[in-house]
Design a protein around this ligand. Structure first.
Ligand SMILES: CNC(=O)c1c(C)[nH]c(/C=C2\C(=O)Nc3ccc(Cl)cc32)c1C
Length: 274
């Protein structure tokens, strides 16, 4: 704790608060996510430890970098130190565009999609060790660095915070991005991450969630209806087709990260920026 100085709280991330901090040794600005493990069972604590170890392995330009972890036994808190993303999260970006009644340019949307696919690829197709799923992709978990590059945050942690854990109960939020298979209680798989990524890009284009409902029953019915309103007409059919494919009801119809990497707009962007 004393290696860092807390500057200010900047967000109520899912399952814990996020604060901007400064590393005393060199003044580097970082963040930490504070998690209270006091009420966790031994099994949940073990799960948390293994998920933090997963975080340490993830090193990719489009994934929020993990730096350190601090365990405060007295307060039963763990602090996960991660990269500061000056551009904030995509939820705030969407809110701003909605308020200013200004659509995000198609160019920018393809750039963001390409970087999300690149980040997901590095986890779904991890070389050593087993693949990693995000499980909770949403605009509030997609961040931007100072040059507007995408950093996917909260990777892996959400397995620990799945529906069965103490956090899910306290952490109430409408599951707008829940995939059809999750609704019918099937196993979460990499194509569920693809579904959520499709919803994120849909919302970035339409400036509203693909399925809106006042309660979870109605939301589930809309998600399973397979009806996806076209994104605003200023966007190309090509973009809408990619989003529709990522949001296919049948998970095997959805493209994998390998398939998405072969889409010209995506592969060109990633090649230019390697
Ligand atoms: C209004 N939001 C902000 O100003 C903001 C900024 C500039 N950064 C953040 C959040 C994070 C940030 O900067 N780095 C992070 C790493 C992991 C997680 Cl879960 C969140 C963050 C936020 C919420």
């Amino acid at each position: 704790m004393d290696n860092y100085e807390k500057i200010q709280e900047i967000g109520k991330g899912s399952f814990g608060s996020v604060s901007k901090i400064k590393r005393k040794a060199d003044g580097k600005v970082l963040v930490w996510k504070e998690l209270n493990y006091g009420k966790m069972s031994d099994k949940e604590k073990q799960q948390l430890v293994s998920e933090v170890n997963i975080l340490r392995e993830l090193k990719h330009p489009n994934i929020v970098r993990y730096y350190d972890r601090i365990i405060d036994k007295d307060q039963a808190k763990i602090y996960i130190v991660m990269e500061y993303c000056e551009g904030g999260d995509m939820a705030a970006l969407i809110k701003k565009h909605k308020r200013d009644k200004e659509f995000v340019s198609e160019e920018k949307i393809w750039k963001i999609l390409a970087q999300i696919v690149s980040g997901l690829y590095s986890c779904h197709r991890k070389k050593e060790g087993n693949r990693i799923l995000h499980r909770d992709l949403k605009p509030g978990n997609v961040f931007f660095d100072s040059s507007g590059n995408v950093r996917i945050g909260d990777f892996g942690l959400s397995r620990m915070m799945g529906e069965e854990s103490v956090y899910a109960q306290t952490h109430v939020g409408t599951p707008y991005y829940m995939s059809p298979e999750q609704i019918s209680d099937q196993k979460y798989n990499e194509k569920s991450d693809i579904w959520s990524a499709g919803c994120v890009i849909y919302e970035l284009s339409a400036l509203r969630a693909p399925f809106e409902a006042t309660n979870q029953i109605q939301l589930a019915m809309k998600i399973k209806s397979g009806k996806i309103e076209r994104i605003p007409t200023q966007y190309s059919d090509e973009l809408f087709k990619v989003i529709q494919s990522m949001m296919s009801l049948e998970k095997d119809q959805r493209p994998s990260v390998d398939d998405l990497m072969t889409i010209p707009k995506i592969s060109h962007f990633l090649k230019e920026n390697q």
